[in-house]
Design a protein around this ligand. Structure first.
Ligand SMILES: CC(=O)N[C@H]1[C@@H](OP(=O)(O)O)O[C@H](CO)[C@@H](O)[C@@H]1O
Ligand SMILES: [Mg+2]
Length: 567
């Protein structure tokens, strides 16, 4: 098959790059005001098509700006395994997005084809699955991406319509395993696994604690996830949830005072929730349904003030880790002698490596709980799901979550194959682990499958949301942002916990940390905004606040702060 370069240039010329913008494939793809994105998504379509040819498998592309305002949009690329675009290809994405015109773009594409040894022939055929969230700009941008895919010889775009980001990841993964890449199959997979886990509950009569409630109220962020939750609900007999903020008239706009990012950052009710929901189990997902947090409110009494309780990604991770650990423990023959299962010797398999992956933003109390209470190995990576996912895939069972609520549980294929051959052992824990691997999205963090997992674990334990919250108390923490002239001026090491440049900055942070009992602080340049983030933890809220303030001041002073100086 001949590449029609003239046709390619012609197609690209219809999507001129806006001048004066430097596009960057950040922590999670390109994201910007929607009016500036047509050229970028066309080019992302071209890249997804090239990646498909290079891997001889289907890839994916989703138009979304997640928790950002409705006027923004963005594009995320999905690799054949269902994970995010291989980091090695990100420079290609940047080079293409920033090519000045169709001629420069053609040169960049030729270079990528050569570097990646992409072959074109009659037999070469690729496929790119495309989806979008509910943003008004989505349809036009998806059409641009589709034209980008079609501009590459031998690659077909397939429009999957409106989906959550994790649904598209799941479908790319399914398609490449020759399974039906349909929404119906996604729901039936999740709901079937949920039912299996319900049936495998050890003691169905386990008494729920007083606050345990079957029902759950979910804030859908007025986005795509809300619509999909309603579809999922139809297949679940024993799990009731009420979805608020579905984008109905009068409920407000996408991500506008609603959604997981809002709830996690503000530690406050999203719109359409209030004090009348006291003691109810509530959850919130983000605008593309790849993040999940839980929360509940306790009203004030004569002796205590009201509290808004957030159960973030760290707490979800701890709950999942506890469940996985318990299931594995019952696979070990001499449980008594092996109460701690960082590695568990399972007859016929050997050491099962279980690990939990966190970033430096994980609350110190969660790390302590995982290590000391559960006896699990905890690894630290840089911020960004792509790093956590990669690390988690090194384990037989790897649990990863960012504090913001994005995460999942990954099972190594060899370990699952082993479990499948051991069905005859008759141990329910084998069937439970297999069902969890079917229910929880193996491609990427998925709020929908996350909700099912949280609910089933609470059901097993007979726990209320408050019981779950009480597994550990978060250390008081504070996050601040400082605007600097050039965020690249700060360089870090040790999974972003130490500054290497400017070196005086780390010395100043160490001095400040030394002043506070139990203090911890680090700074890093954001990968999604033009700022430096400051994180501080201490034994009281006022000392955590003071430590964060002091460190923010040093960032401003030593790393080229602009605008108002932190006090
Ligand atoms: C502290 C924080 O929440 N950082 C977020 C944020 O990245 P930054 O590089 O910190 O801007 O957005 C990322 C993409 O959604 C997410 O992966 C990450 O956890
Ligand atoms: Mg998201």
């Amino acid at each position: 098959m001949e590449w029609d370069w003239e046709g390619f240039r012609h197609a690209a010329a219809a999507f001129p790059k806006p001048s004066g913008i430097d596009f960057s494939y950040g922590t999670a793809g390109f994201r910007l005001d929607a009016s500036l994105l047509a050229s970028t998504v066309f080019r992302a379509g071209v890249l997804a098509a090239l990646r498909s040819l290079s891997m001889k498998s289907a890839t994916g592309l989703v138009i979304t700006a997640s928790h950002n305002p409705a006027s923004d949009n963005g594009v995320k690329l999905v690799d054949p395994g269902g994970g995010m675009l291989a980091m090695r290809w990100e420079p290609h994405a940047n080079a293409m997005a920033n090519a000045s015109d169709e001629h420069a773009l053609t040169e960049v594409v030729r270079k990528i084809i050569k570097e990646e040894s992409i072959a074109f022939g009659d037999e070469s055929c690729g496929k790119v699955l495309l989806a979008r969230d509910t943003r008004p700009s989505g349809q036009i941008l998806l059409a641009a991406a589709s034209q980008g895919v079609a501009a590459v010889a031998g690659v077909a775009p397939v429009d999957m319509g409106i989906l959550t980001t994790p649904q598209l990841h799941w479908m790319v993964c399914a398609l490449n395993k020759d399974q039906p890449a349909t929404e119906v199959n996604y729901y039936s997979h999740l709901s079937q696994a949920f039912r299996t886990l319900e049936q495998l509950r050890p003691d169905k009569s386990v008494r729920r604690s007083s606050l345990a409630s079957e029902s759950i109220i979910i804030d859908g962020a007025n986005g795509v996830g809300a619509l999909k939750l309603l579809q999922l609900q139809e297949l679940l007999e024993n799990l009731q949830f009420e979805v608020r903020n579905c984008g109905r008239a009068g409920e407000g706009g996408l991500n506008d005072g609603v959604g997981a990012d809002f709830v996690q950052k503000e530690k406050a009710f999203p719109r359409n929730f209030d004090k009348s929901d006291a003691l109810k189990k509530c959850a919130s997902i983000d605008g593309d349904a790849d993040r999940l947090v839980y929360f509940y409110f306790i009203s004030s009494t004569i002796s205590s003030p009201s509290t808004f309780n957030l159960l973030d990604g760290d707490k979800i991770s701890a709950l999942f880790a506890r469940f996985i650990r318990n299931q594995l423990q019952s696979l070990v023959e001499d449980v008594e002698e092996k109460p701690i299962i960082t590695t568990t010797l399972v007859a016929g398999y050997g050491d099962v490596r279980v690990g939990v992956v966190q970033t430096a933003y994980a609350n110190g109390a969660s790390t302590k709980y995982l290590q000391q209470e559960l006896g699990l190995e905890v690894s630290l990576t840089s911020t960004g799901v792509k790093y956590l996912h990669e690390k988690a895939s090194e384990y037989d069972i790897g649990i990863y979550f960012e504090a913001n609520g994005h995460g999942t549980i990954l099972f190594r294929e060899e370990f699952l194959a082993f479990l499948r051959t051991k069905h005859m052992w008759g141990k329910p824990s084998i069937h439970r682990l297999l069902a969890v691997s079917e229910m929880i999205n193996q491609a990427v963090g998925d709020a929908l499958s996350g909700i099912l997992m949280v609910e089933i674990v609470l059901m097993y334990l007979g726990w209320s949301i408050q019981d779950w919250n009480d597994i550990y108390a978060d250390l008081p923490s504070k996050q601040l942002k400082v605007k600097v002239a050039n965020r690249a001026a700060i360089r870090t090491t040790a999974s972003e916990t130490k500054v290497v440049y400017p070196s005086e900055l780390q010395k100043a942070i160490d001095t400040e940390v030394g002043k506070y009992d139990g203090g911890r602080s680090f700074v890093r340049p954001s990968g999604t905004e033009d700022i430096v983030r400051i994180y501080a933890e201490a034994t009281t809220q006022s000392t955590a606040d003071a430590l964060a303030q002091a460190v923010a001041f040093h960032v401003y002073r030593l790393a080229g702060g602009v605008g108002p100086q932190p006090s």
